[in-house]
Design a protein around this ligand. Structure first.
Ligand code: IPE
Ligand code: MG
Length: 224
């Protein structure tokens, strides 16, 4: 979800106005995902690197997260959306963690859409964590290094419960992965749109899906 700051700047507004406007897009895209029949939607809400932003902007984003959990939790639960988070929760303040606990417990059991929020998330950090967990199991003689393969490695990732993304949409015209799901994106289709996140609607999501449907995914093999 990129381009909130630029959206605000275009209007001569402070950056936080862009973040606030971006909330509307989240709502619309979640509903659109259900409408389109998606099983899993992951939103990159706050990166590991975003901790380097000014303290007041971080505080605003955390407030927004709490507001989202409070105001949307019930409706998400009613529509069958199950919310999950991936990321380094240790770095979050207690109040933000509480909000996350609230929304994940309230929506537990939702079976129409899995909504994964990547918060305080970094792809490299996730890989390092997986490597550390495997190493600990080897040291504890619970794992033979010869048994480390792609499957056992992926099982240590924060995203272990879910399939790899089919499609990654990047808003605001960037062509970067920005440390997002480095392992999981190996064979994902990438889609970039110049639309800034606060202007992104379910129609833009549908357009991205239509584009995806025209792609031929060969996974390194040849066409049949
Ligand atoms: C994305 O918008 C929102 C978050 C990273 C939380 P940005 O804040 O990165 O917006 P730009 O890139 O400055 O336009
Ligand atoms: Mg940005």
């Amino acid at each position: 979800m990129d381009g909130n700051g630029r959206w605000a700047r275009e209007r001569g507004a402070p950056r936080y106005e862009g973040h606030r406007a971006g909330m509307k897009s989240v709502r619309d895209v979640v509903e659109g995902s259900i409408e389109a029949g998606l099983e899993i939607l992951t939103l990159f809400a706050f990166s590991h690197e975003n901790w380097q932003r000014p303290a007041h902007e971080i505080a605003f984003l955390m407030k927004l997260l709490q507001l989202y959990a409070k105001s949307e939790g019930q409706e998400l639960a009613d529509t069958g959306v199950e919310v999950h988070v991936v990321g380094d929760m240790e770095r979050l303040q207690k109040s933000a963690r509480k909000a996350i606990d609230l929304i994940t417990s309230k929506t537990r059991g939702g079976d129409r859409l899995q909504l994964v929020l990547a918060i305080s998330y970094g792809g490299r950090a996730e890989l390092v964590l997986a490597a550390r967990r495997l190493a600990e199991r080897v040291v504890g003689e619970k794992l033979d290094p010869d048994d480390i393969d792609e499957k056992s490695f992926a099982a240590e990732l924060l995203t272990a419960p879910w399939r790899d993304p089919d499609l990654m949409i990047r808003t605001s015209g960037e062509y970067r992965i920005s440390n997002f799901m480095l392992w999981q994106l190996a064979y994902s289709e990438l889609y970039s749109t110049p639309t800034l996140w606060p202007d992104f609607t379910r129609e833009d999501l549908f357009e991205a899906i239509l584009d995806y449907q025209r792609r031929e995914r060969r996974f390194g093999k040849v066409s049949v």
